[in-house]
Design a protein around this ligand. Structure first.
Ligand code: BTN
Length: 260
């Protein structure tokens, strides 16, 4: 369970957020923000999601009290062409907080921690964190939902998931992790300025250690192929070499299902 007093205390030093809403149970923190008159710069957090949403209409399954599930509503005055920056900012900040936590453990280091294009976070090929950014274009309001497997012990095999407690060998302090992530948003928020977008891209790309790897991927028509990842591009697309021919795909045009 989230320790609300600790959270309130930490938010006093955080300019990235102005208010927060906590409920023991919600269907989905992203849906709660969309359906209610929640001000911008707000955080919504719950101990249990009963209908968590993933990208591309998928479900996000998380166990009560052992997962971190929260969403943030922000207004960003950026052009639609730059909305990749939002995805990169949130995935880079969450990755940084997870990296510090894992590197501070005795039994593992963060070598296996990657940002999987466009914005999942994997450890040794298994899903640790999912991020869902929703915006109603042309609005400049973005709702970013983040789910992290923290102390969950068992997952359905087909989810290919892992939790932080499995990685570091003991139960983690979920409130402490949340505070560290929110502190990253605050301390790195300059990266959201348009003139910093090239720096953000380079930082994000360095942690998206999938270039040169072979992957399976599923096209929207369900066709499964495999190929070698050649590059991650500034416009948000990915270049994959299939049968010796480079092909470029946008996020949503294919989903990576296996990375060696
Ligand atoms: C994905 O990997 O497909 C994205 C998963 C995003 C899950 C989070 S949990 C908090 C927020 N509320 C939701 O319903 N989804 C996001």
């Amino acid at each position: 369970m989230i320790d609300i007093d600790r959270l309130i205390n930490s938010l006093q030093k955080n300019d990235f957020l102005k208010s927060f809403f906590y409920e023991k149970t919600l269907s989905s923190t992203n849906d709660y923000i969309s359906a209610n008159e929640i001000a911008v710069d707000s955080l919504v957090i719950t101990d249990e999601q009963t209908a968590g949403k993933g990208r591309a209409g998928k479900k996000w399954l998380s166990e009560k009290n052992t997962s971190l599930t929260f969403s943030i509503k922000k207004k960003f005055n950026i052009s639609p062409a730059e909305n990749q920056n939002i995805i990169r900012f949130f995935s880079y900040c969450v990755h940084s907080a997870l990296k510090e936590l894992i590197d501070g453990s005795n039994i593992n280091n963060s070598d296996g921690l990657i940002i999987k294009w466009p914005n999942d976070i994997l450890f040794n090929g298994k899903k640790l964190c999912g991020i869902l950014v929703e915006s109603k274009l042309p609005s400049d309001i973005y709702i970013t939902g983040i789910g992290i497997n923290c102390n969950q012990k068992y997952f359905q095999a087909e989810l290919n998931a892992i939790s932080l407690s499995e990685i570091i060998g003991n139960e983690i302090d979920i409130t402490g992790l949340l505070i560290n992530i929110l502190d990253k948003f605050n301390s790195l928020k300059e990266l959201l300025h348009p003139e910093k977008s090239a720096i953000l891209f380079e930082k994000w790309k360095m942690q998206a250690k999938i270039i040169g790897k072979y992957c399976d991927f599923t096209r929207p028509d369900g066709k499964i192929n495999n190929g070698k990842i050649i590059d991650l591009n500034y416009d948000g697309s990915i270049t994959v070499k299939i049968n010796d021919k480079p092909e470029i795909f946008n996020a949503g045009e294919l989903s990576l299902t296996g990375i060696d």
